[in-house]
Design a protein around this ligand. Structure first.
Ligand code: AMP
Ligand code: GLY
Length: 424
């Protein structure tokens, strides 16, 4: 089968890397891809939200499966576009319908879904421009810190956590009355602050059944010790050492099962990944967000631990046959460390030549933001490379990633040296 992966980051390079290892994968395409995917697949220069161009590419190249990496095409309804287009309706598109994708596309919708299906999450209320004053009054009833979330997609920047009540009221006004995040903040969810440690759960579902994939922990802040601005993620570890059987049982019973049942009850067509962001408060798990895709850089540690053939697994999810397939997981730990452009997540330069990739040994270099220019691999994004390693425990794996990162270089290269610092 010919397969197309949509996206251009480390997540998509990882999907391509795993799919390329399957005997069932004939020609592999990535749109638009990066310098890393170009080495193992054919890059197609089309945008992930240009459905017409994707259709042409699928038909021209006899593609049988499409794996959707990022959320944008899902929220814009790529799964519905495929199922409603005669020529595409039998293509195995891995990703939820538009109604399913709303779990990520609207924070308010996600909160309502959790409330409806008794899934543990922080208490909340939502407000619009018309109810700005009620929103400010609601803030007065809460204790700091205050959590404000833009309802819509805001490229990972739509959540503000503020210590001061006046700052919180001002930001609420900026979001609702002055469109701080454009239309994404026309509605704002104000949430109770949950104090605990975060982890991520990944579920592959066919709408009936599900498989819980390896757990992962992401390090989102730019600075050491989890300080500074939020990024897309600076590194990840799988499995999460504190996700023991007791916690995983609670997560499965209270969160995963009601989520899949809820989708079914609401007759939502969902064939794809559910990425559940959790906070463990004391010993109890709470949902902080749903994403309708895999995480990045979590994918770079989750997929390399999956031993089951990825094409078989994805096909089973599409055909509602997950119950027939066993998920085999590598017992080793995986770590990834993101190498980023100096200045990220604020302004940074692109086009810097990268050296040392071919000297890396015993780690996998996934390209996140790279391009080929005049035959050389150059930086093309804030997050540039993700260096993944596997070993018997996460500290040994991390050591390999860090030893290999020392061989890499480009102008103003930066990475966190303390991934996993909070884990014992
Ligand atoms: P989200 O985009 O919903 O993942 O939120 C971004 C980050 O904000 C999360 O990874 C958490 O670190 C933090 N966060 C979100 N909601 C809460 C909450 N209710 N309590 C504490 N921290 C939160
Ligand atoms: N690493 C967080 C995300 O993919 O949303």
């Amino acid at each position: 089968m010919n397969i197309l992966v949509l996206g251009s980051g480390g997540r998509e390079h990882t999907f391509a890397y795993m799919l390329a290892q399957s005997d069932r994968c004939d020609t592999l395409y990535v749109a638009p891809g990066n310098a890393g995917t170009a080495r193992i697949a054919t890059n197609v220069p089309i945008s992930v939200t240009d459905f017409e161009a994707i259709k042409e590419c699928v038909l021209k190249n006899d593609i049988g499966m499409v794996v959707v990496g990022p959320e944008d095409p899902l929220v814009q309804g790529i799964a519905d576009y495929f199922s409603e287009t005669e020529a595409l309706k039998n293509i195995l598109l891995i990703g939820p319908s538009k109604r399913g994708a709303l779990l990520e596309g609207s924070k308010e919708r996600a909160k309502e879904f959790m409330l409806q299906h008794s899934i543990p999450t922080a208490a909340y209320a939502s407000f619009t421009k018309e109810s700005l004053n009620a929103g400010k009054a609601f803030l007065d009833t809460l204790k700091p810190p205050y959590v404000l979330k833009a309802d819509g997609l805001a490229a990972g920047k739509g959540v503000l956590i503020l210590q001061d009540i006046n700052d919180a009221k001002q930001e609420l006004e900026n979001m609702l009355a002055h469109q701080k995040f454009g239309d994404a903040s026309n509605t704002v969810v104000i949430e109770e602050f949950l104090d605990g440690i975060e982890l991520s759960i990944f579920v592959l579902t066919d709408g009936e059944d599900y498989k819980i994939l390896p757990t992962a922990k992401d390090y989102k802040r730019i600075g050491e010790g989890d300080k500074g601005l939020n990024t897309g993620g600076m590194g990840a570890i799988s499995p999460v050492p504190f996700a023991d059987t007791t916690l995983m049982n609670k997560i499965e019973e209270r969160i995963v099962k009601p989520t899949i049942m809820g989708l079914k009850k609401e007759k939502i067509d969902y064939k794809g990944f559910v990425f559940i962001g959790l906070i463990k408060v004391g010993d109890e798990p709470y949902v902080i967000e749903y994403n309708v895709r895999m995480g990045d850089p979590e994918t770079e540690v989750v997929l390399p631990r999956i031993k089951t053939d990825l094409v078989d697994l994805l096909e089973a999810a599409y055909r509602k046959e997950l119950h027939r397939i066993a998920l085999e997981v590598d017992a080793r730990a995986a770590t990834t460390v993101m190498v980023v452009s100096g200045g990220y997540p604020e302004a940074y330069e692109k086009g810097k030549e990268i050296s040392g990739i071919s000297s890396v040994e015993d780690s996998i270099v996934f390209h996140a933001g790279t391009a080929v220019k005049d035959g050389a691999v150059v930086t093309n994004g804030g997050r540039v490379l993700a260096v993944t390693s596997l070993d018997s425990d996460f500290r040994k794996a991390l050591k390999k990633s860090y030893q290999n990162i020392e061989k890499l270089s480009f102008d103003r290269m930066y990475y966190r040296t303390d991934i996993g610092f909070d884990l014992s």
